[in-house]
Design a protein around this ligand. Structure first.
Ligand code: 5AD
Ligand code: SF4
Length: 474
């Protein structure tokens, strides 16, 4: 089947800018002060990045922002479809807005993101949530000005959900949540069709942004003070395969590493089947690329990996980790995603996952109980193990990982790290939290103005999941 991926043209973007102006003048006629918009984001960093573009467009249209849904004239839920739990939360939160909408007819309730891109969900919203005014899919985010204009001026509800392979829209305005920490999407979509995963169905085919567009945005970020820039994609290791001429992810990293400035580059997510030795060598040799590899293995059992359509074996995964440790030593931090209770997985097969985590010695793990997704092959497979049993397995795994995390943390006692200070701390009022190159959190006593800067911290006390340290004054 021919792909219908395309780039949004300059003319289309100009059309949207004209709608931005129309919405802006409409709002200034309707309201004396800037109306408030509340954008609620669920799920992964790609959604966070999309929401930053949504807020960029809303700002141009004359909205100010609030976290409080009940004082907003526009509420947008940017949804996630990856597990049932995330979907349930959205339904609950949208339902809770019914009263507010009925008492305030000028309020617009909008839903977007991965969940909406599934037909059965959009149908349910259409039929059971009549107070939702606007629903738009993942491929038309750039058309928000036009869609919002329709929702504000027509009596009809607006549903815009094209089922296409995807678009690339450059040049949208971005309102970033943080000045010092930035998300930078380098590609969209996924071609892997892991049998449990809904993402390829709702985010379309893999498509890479041009190197020049990424470099331009990256330089702008560095110039405006970004210190930690995370490159985003469902599978960044296959970046650039669709470009002509093709470019490898390693090459992109090297080019970004060469840009002048004091910053750190992170990236996620990597897929073991496409993670090359060249990438590991590039991480080791590029001083601005963090020694942190988020490499999800999902399961430690080869039969389960095959049933998941992951296209690598446990042995291959371990060979990648061993090579990375060889080149980066203790500096390397590995994190991973794991699914417990894939359909048909036996307890013995689950134990292979436990034994793999003992070999990998990850700094931390993101663990999930399998959640059936409508329309994926795994949802049709026999799944005889109960949810309660799977929860028991998960608890067993977490206990093992807790010991491993504590062991890993203990290795760092006395070490000095260059850290990026990210937020207020949790260990006490006068603590701030910083992140090492390997994505480990160190808390130390320090002033809030340190947030957004790089500092040298000495580890004084390893705790189970974080480190305690002290600031080294230079
Ligand atoms: N059930 C449970 N976890 C899932 N993930 C993706 N799909 C599912 C599902 N159906 C997990 C995978 C992936 C992470 C982002 O979410 O571990 O790496
Ligand atoms: Fe989902 Fe697999 Fe694609 Fe990741 S690589 S988004 S788990 S299909």
């Amino acid at each position: 089947m021919a792909s219908d991926i395309r780039r949004v043209t300059e003319a289309e973007l100009n059309e949207q800018k004209a709608y931005e102006k129309r919405v802006s003048s409409l709002l200034s006629q309707r309201y004396e002060e800037k109306p408030l918009a509340c954008v609620v984001t669920y799920g992964c960093q790609q959604n966070v990045a999309d929401s930053e573009r949504i807020k960029g467009m809303l700002e141009k249209m004359g909205y100010a922002f609030t976290e409080d849904r009940h004082s907003a004239k526009l509420v947008i839920f940017n949804t996630c479809a990856v597990r049932e739990h995330a979907e349930d939360r959205v339904f609950g939160n949208v339902g809770a807005l019914k009263k507010y909408k009925l008492a305030n007819h000028d309020v617009i309730i909008a839903l977007c993101g991965c969940m909406m891109q599934q037909k059965h969900i959009a149908d349910r919203i259409y039929n059971s949530f009549p107070f939702v005014d606007l629903v738009f899919g993942t491929h038309v985010v750039h058309k928000l000005p036009e869609l919002l204009y329709s929702a504000l001026t027509r009596r009809k509800r607006v549903f815009e959900l094209p089922d296409i392979d995807g678009v690339i829209a450059e040049g949208l305005p971005v309102k970033r949540d943080s000045e010092s920490k930035a998300w930078l999407p380098i590609m969209y979509g996924c071609n892997n069709f892991c049998t449990y995963c809904i993402v390829p169905y709702v985010r379309g085919r893999e498509r890479s942004r041009n190197v020049s567009d990424i470099e331009r945005e990256f330089r702008e970020l560095v110039e405006s003070g970004a210190k930690e820039i995370t490159l985003l994609g469902q599978n960044v290791n296959s970046y650039g395969k669709d470009l002509t001429p093709s470019v490898s992810f390693s090459e992109l990293l090297r080019r970004l590493n060469d840009i002048d400035g004091d910053f750190r580059i992170r990236f996620m997510t990597s897929h073991p089947k496409d993670c090359t030795k060249e990438l590991i060598e590039t991480m080791a040799s590029c001083e601005k690329v963090a020694c942190h590899l988020h490499l999800p293995f999902q399961s430690g059992n080869n039969r389960v990996l095959k049933a998941m359509n992951r296209d690598y074996t446990r042995e291959h995964y371990l060979s990648l980790i061993n090579y990375a440790r060889e080149l980066m030593g203790d500096e390397l931090s590995v994190t991973s995603d794991i699914i417990v209770g894939f359909p048909g997985e036996t307890y013995e097969e689950f134990l292979d996952t436990v034994s793999l985590i003992k070999e990998v010695k990850a700094t931390s793990l993101f663990t999930f109980i399998y959640s059936p997704r409508v329309g994926t092959p795994a949802a049709e497979m026999d799944d005889p193990v109960s949810y309660d049993e799977k929860s028991k397995w998960l608890r067993e795994l977490l206990k093992v990982q807790e010991e491993i995390s504590a062991e890993q943390m203990a290795l760092h006692k006395g070490k000095i790290f260059k850290c990026f200070v990210i937020a207020k701390g949790k260990l006490g009022d006068n603590y701030v939290a910083a992140k090492t190159d390997g994505n480990i959190i160190i808390e130390f006593e320090g002033d809030e103005w340190l947030i957004g800067t790089f500092q040298k911290i000495k580890v004084t006390e390893p705790l189970t999941f974080v480190l305690k340290g002290e600031l080294i004054k230079e």
